[in-house]
Design a protein around this ligand. Structure first.
Ligand SMILES: [Zn+2]
Length: 616
């Protein structure tokens, strides 16, 4: 009996427990569902908040100015209608105004000139950012040797102990009486700070003992090559002079480690804003040398068409800057960093992407590494300041076979190839290498390009045409160093033959002109002026027969530059269907006296219909 009662009680209690359990499970399930709903809703709100981009400008009509389109069929228009970053129509003011809707913004140009934004076809965003805000020892700022070192000595006092002091622009050509520094001098003025000074050409460096210590370089450190080394005196002591980038690399790494990430990414953003300030709506990095993948992520975040989730998270925690309108950014990866190459051309977007591979075949005329047929002039400048030995003609960085193999390799992978070639011998051998590769494969679809072309034999230009190739001319060689080239580096005869820009135009080539920032500031209108006048700073003319017209020079920085990077259908002119990338100038360059073109001011830069704020 007792047993039966116990069983009944237990049964009842079990049923009760089951019911209670059921209720509790339901309750828990409800709670879980509620929590999931809250988390998902929160996630959606956070995602939306995070993915919200800067405000894009409304539909706009630009009018009441001189609007230069760079299109031969319709060179000047009265107004332009832009919607969602795209040019909807460019034409007469009256007909465009008829399309005005209720919310359309009317952008009155106030009689100023609007034209397609400039494309800087060859620059170095990474190095420009690295040097941004550094002490400027250049000849643009200091006219005498005394000025340079007085400025450095004064500046050094402001740095806290241990902080790196980095200087840019040391230049024995523009600062005529410059004496380059010895390690003992730099140790004396900055005993407690690592000091690094880079040359204007970026091929030479001067450092002190603290900088060597911070990067682990000693007298026992082997030189990377004959041309890239740590200079030592007769007693085997380091003099502080470092030749070329390979030897400088450990110091660059140490310096980057010592600089906060936040500071570095901020500099990249400021550098891009600075390009826009000069009128550039697109910049092209001609050879990214960074091993760090974060830099590509950062470029995509700053210039890319849309925000990306992870990048926005990084911006939220302050590791990346917030997005705002910035120039488009297209990149050639240095061939030695080919691990950075994506699997194909289908990467990024119309705002930021990797478009090719950069190869170096020779170096610079200002260090003796430009590869010539005949030796450099033996002058006081070449022997004393530029360290060029009498009889030297420079050298190639690759064997003939190596360059042919590289061209074949990247052409097979369908990458556009860009080759650095300055000297006459470098240009001839590079073009011969392309011709050799073209014997076994079609190289015409990729528009391979040659960079700088200082001493480019005119006879090579038909080969460009035949192979559908394109030169990018470093015309600032004339303006800044033309006199030094003429008087002391390559001599009058060769200086008269530099940069055959008009001949390239005569062949119908889509050529471009560039400043190679940070070697020289990316100032498109200064390039236009030099390509048109062929005048040096001192007023000397080099190769007057190769001068081009203002319109040709403007096209070299707009339509032809867009063609060179494969974006001629989307960028480079004001035409329905293209992106709304514009620059507003205070004067019309086509009607400004040639000697005043350099002084034309950039009033506004518009990328994808949005104005870039320079004041950051
Ligand atoms: Zn360059």
């Amino acid at each position: 009996m007792m047993w039966m009662k116990l069983c009944l009680k237990l049964k009842a209690s079990c049923q009760m427990t089951k019911k209670a359990k059921g209720k509790s499970i339901m309750k828990k399930t409800r709670l879980l569902v509620a929590a999931a709903v809250v988390i998902i809703s929160f996630g959606i709100v956070l995602y939306r908040l995070l993915m919200r981009d800067f405000a894009h400008e409304k539909e706009t009509i630009y009018f009441n100015g001189t609007i230069l389109t760079m299109e031969d069929s319709q060179p000047v228009v009265g107004a332009v209608l832009v919607r969602d970053g795209i040019i909807i129509e460019a034409g007469g003011k009256d007909e465009i105004m008829k399309r005005k809707a209720a919310g359309t913004v009317l952008a009155d140009l106030g009689g100023k000139t609007m034209m397609p934004g400039f494309v800087d076809p060859h620059t170095h965003v990474d190095i420009s950012a690295f040097l941004f805000e550094m002490l400027d020892l250049s000849g643009f700022r200091h006219k005498t040797n005394k000025d340079v070192w007085a400025y450095l000595e004064e500046s050094v006092k402001k740095y806290p102990k241990g902080e790196w002091i980095v200087c840019k622009g040391l230049d024995p050509i523009l600062t005529a009486d410059l004496k380059t520094p010895h390690i003992t001098y730099l140790d004396k003025i900055a005993p407690d700070n690592p000091v690094v000074i880079t040359a204007q050409t970026l091929h030479s460096y001067w450092v002190n003992t603290k900088a060597f210590q911070a990067s682990g370089i000693t007298t026992a450190t082997p030189d990377p090559s004959k041309s890239s080394f740590y200079e030592k005196d007769r007693d085997g002591k380091l003099t502080g002079f470092i030749a070329e980038q390979e030897a400088f690399s450990p110091m660059r790494q140490a310096l980057l480690k010592a600089t906060s990430t936040k500071k570095l990414v901020g500099r990249v953003d400021s550098t891009l804003a600075d390009y826009a300030k000069k009128g550039n709506t697109t910049v092209v990095s001609a050879g990214l040398t960074s091993e760090d993948n974060t830099i590509l992520r950062l470029y995509g975040h700053l210039s890319g068409g849309k925000p990306a989730f992870l990048n926005q998270l990084l911006a939220l925690v302050g590791m990346f800057p917030e997005r705002s309108p910035r120039p488009r950014h297209f990149i050639y990866i240095r061939d030695t960093m080919e691990q950075q190459l994506p699997s194909g051309q289908n990467n990024g977007d119309d705002f930021c992407k990797i478009i090719g591979v950069k190869i170096w075949y020779d170096g610079s005329p200002y260090t003796g590494s430009m590869y010539l047929r005949e030796p450099y002039v033996n002058s006081e400048l070449t022997s004393r300041e530029l360290h060029i030995r009498p009889g030297d003609s420079g050298y190639a960085l690759l064997t003939k076979n190596e360059i042919v193999e590289k061209i074949k390799k990247y052409n097979k992978l369908r990458w556009q190839i860009s080759v650095h070639a300055q000297g006459d011998r470098a240009n001839a051998e590079t073009m011969a290498a392309f011709e050799e590769a073209a014997k076994t494969m079609d190289i015409t679809p990729y528009r391979h390009r040659i960079e700088h072309c200082l001493l480019m034999d005119k006879n090579l230009l038909p080969v460009f045409k035949h192979l559908n190739m394109t030169p990018s001319f470093h015309v600032n060689h004339i303006y800044y160093y033309g006199k030094a080239l003429n008087d002391s580096i390559i001599g009058r005869e060769r200086a008269g033959l530099v940069l055959p820009v008009k001949s390239a135009a005569g062949q119908g080539l889509n050529f471009t002109i560039h400043a190679d920032q940070p070697m020289f500031a990316s100032e498109p209108l200064s390039l236009v002026s030099t390509a048109v006048t062929r005048r040096t700073r001192e007023g000397m003319t080099l190769g007057a027969g190769e001068a081009i017209t203002v319109l040709q020079a403007l096209k070299a920085l707009t339509t032809m530059a867009a063609w060179q990077i494969g974006f001629e259908d989307k960028l480079g002119s004001i035409k329905a269907g293209k992106y709304a990338d514009f620059v507003v100038l205070d004067r019309n360059p086509l009607e400004t006296p040639v000697e005043k073109i350099m002084d034309i001011r950039v009033l506004k830069t518009i990328v994808n219909g949005n104005s870039v704020n320079f004041q950051q």
